[in-house]
Structure formats: C-alpha cells, structure tokens
Design a protein around this ligand. Structure first.
Ligand code: SF4
Ligand code: SF4
Ligand code: SF4
Length: 150
C-alpha cells in the first residue's frame, strides 16, 4: 500500500491571506466573500477541474427540484459556493486547481483551506489521512446536540 501525502503546506502568501481572513469580524468576512461570489459567472470550471467533484449529476445541475439557481445572480451564487465548500470539506486535497481554473480570480483555495482548518480544529480530521468512507460532514447522528446552529 502506498503512503498518503499530507495536504500541501500553505505558501507564505496563503498563510497571510488566511490570517487576514480570520482577523476580520464576521460582518467583514461576509462582505469579503459576498464581493467575491458576486463576480462568479457560474462557468463551473472549478467543479469540472476538481478531482473530487465526480458526481454523476451535480446537485447544482438538477432542476426538479432545483436546489441551486443556475443563473449567475447573488442568491444562486452564494448557494453554489456554500454547496461547493461544504461538499469538498474533508475531501479537498488542496491542489488549488479550482482557483487556477477560475476565470474571475475568486480565491477558492482560501475557502478550501479555511474549511480544512476548521475540520481539523472541530473534528481532528484531515482529508486523506485515514481510509474512512465518510468525512465528518457526511454523517448524521440523531443525538447531535446541534450546538453549531445555536
Ligand atoms: S483545491 Fe480542493 S476543491 Fe479545489 S480542485 Fe483541488 S481538490 Fe478540488
Ligand atoms: S459540487 Fe457537490 S454535487 Fe456537485 S459535483 Fe461537486 S461534490 Fe458533486
Ligand atoms: S470557476 Fe470561478 S467563475 Fe466559474 S463557477 Fe467557479 S468560482 Fe464561479
């Protein structure tokens, strides 16, 4: 059996960006992402290039029922980026291809790395280190205390 590589280290610039993001108030952080997401043209290059977006039918392509509005407008853009971030959390390998492929220079890997950091802090979980079928965000427990939404 081969060895599984760790997530690549953050570059100094990525580390600086992450620190800057974390130092923001929640309101400023929301404004930061809102501005970036508003520029998304929904070309879905980020999804097409991602080795972990391999679903036979992406939920963002479904129209009956439609989970995510397909036109590049603020509500649908925000929904798409939340879906993308949550679906890749715990699976993203940090290759940064999504960010490289994005024609609108949206800092997708910053969001990926922030999600990876949160998963490590909350669940002591790092993508690819253990051969588990499901990551922590793909499991549901009846007795979950739901403290994250209180
Ligand atoms: S950085 Fe993560 S989300 Fe982006 S393409 Fe690579 S594996 Fe996919
Ligand atoms: S965004 Fe989610 S549903 Fe769509 S291809 Fe990626 S993992 Fe699958
Ligand atoms: S590649 Fe960029 S512009 Fe295209 S859908 Fe992804 S985030 Fe939006």
């Amino acid at each position: 059996m081969g060895t599984i590589p760790d997530l690549p280290e953050l570059t100094p610039l990525e580390g600086e960006e992450l620190a800057r993001l974390e130092a923001m108030t929640p309101g400023a952080r929301w404004a930061f992402w809102k501005e970036h997401f508003s520029r998304c043209i929904r070309c879905l290059a980020c999804r097409q290039v991602c080795p972990f977006c391999y679903c036979e039918q992406c939920m963002c392509d479904r129209n009956r029922p439609q989970a995510v509005e397909t036109t590049p407008r603020p509500a649908g853009n925000t929904a798409w980026h939340i879906v993308r971030a949550m679906h890749l959390a715990g699976r993203c390998a940090g290759c940064a291809e999504c960010e490289r492929a994005c024609p609108m220079d949206i800092p997708l890997n910053l969001l990926n790395r922030k999600m990876a950091k949160e998963l490590k802090a909350l669940y002591d979980f790092e993508a690819g280190l253990t051969p588990v079928e499901k990551g922590p965000l793909a499991e549901y427990k009846d007795n979950d205390d739901q403290s994250f939404i209180k």
